[in-house]
Design a protein. Sequence first.
Length: 491
Amino acid sequence: MHTFATFPLLSLLLLLFPLGAVFLLFVPQQQARWVALASTVFSLVLSLLIVLLFDSNNSGFQLIERYSWIPSLNVHFSFGIDGISLLFLPLTSLLFSAVILASWNRIHTLPRLYFALLLLLACATLGVFIALDTIMFYFFWEMMLIPLYFLISLWGIGADRRYAATKYTLFMLVGGLPLLFAFILLATSVTEEVYIFDYIQLLNNTKQNSNQTLIFFLLLLGFAVKMPLFPLHTWMPIVASEGPISIIALLAGLKLGVYGLLRFIIPLAPNAAQEFQWVLVGLGTLGIIYGAVAAINQTNIRRMLAFSSISHVSLVVVGIASLSLQGLQGAVYQLLNFTLISSGLFLLTDFLHHRVGSTDRLSLGGVAKSMPILASFFFVLGLASIGIPGTSGFPAEMLLIMGALNISQGIGGVALLAVILGAAYFMSTYRHAFLGIAKNTAISESFDLKKREIWIIFTFILFIIFGGLYPQFVLGITGVTEETWLANIRN
């Protein structure tokens, strides 16, 4: 194992995807899916090896790699992992593998381009999780926009898919500007003679930063757009309605905006995070209520899931804002949950749309009778999303509610209300769409999930149940890093 620990595993993990994308240019169109799947499966195996090599008793970064990129600006290719980022590597690889399998027989238009864009998106996503240089982080952050624009505009299912792709891209570009400004301010906060973009150096010199307030709000603005956090959420419903549902599963499952909040705002602007805790709590509380109420009023399952995602992510923001161990643990746990639960629900919605041509609950009904496996899986994932005991959603939501209670009983009550409203909009949607009598012949004539689709969702459910029965696996990996962060904030 020690031999592997000295090998540049993180660089290799990133290189798998662009190499796979280039190889796609030289294979027949019908073989493109196999190359894409091989790339993500190899990345999953490599990610699991990285998990095995990780020392959970060490709160610092591990497997660090550093290569010069722009010497005049002191910018490096710098990678590393800690307890916060570790588990996102295998889950991201698993999610991209699932999306490729979900798209297996669906992509008839430019399949090589579709799968190449997916691989580039996977590379950018993993780059965000392992980057230890703020400019490298920004590079991967912006790199995601290119494949997502084309994936939404070319393979979307709505008439306004190009509008949705353009709106998403413009929102993300505008949101990226305050991030870049914040990173430049951070780079000059340690010393005026040399730019410091290295994350670890910045982490060790937060007390020298006199611009924490400005940096806090710049980072919050940039990451809030990506989460999305109310009121900067307006791109999410239109993209969920018009974009390819399997790609929306990626956006819903990988909450990179919240990851950025955890990675940068709390540790790099700790004084401002404490001073302006009320801002995070206020935005989170509004988002919880707004997202849940909006979800209740949706008839389209895709839009319901989009608004429920806004409510859930707002609860995570409240947990982070509590600056408590329970809140941080619950936030990271719930982010990992999103990768499985939210993505799984969107993939099942995709399978349903492919069979009946609609995801509007008013035109559905009776799905459980003709597609019992699909309906059963949707029910299980829905229960996990509202935190039923025995699923990974339960420990995550319990920790988040406890974190909210550390702020005040009122905020704890709002967190509990989020769970109640979540049960309301899920059960209402399930009753109208999956139970009762079929409202069109396409439902009664449809076939249930294929073996490939069953294995995708069943794998997700296995991890969800494991996370519900043995939460200490996750908490043991993330806990040491979270405790160190809190100690630094309070000192």
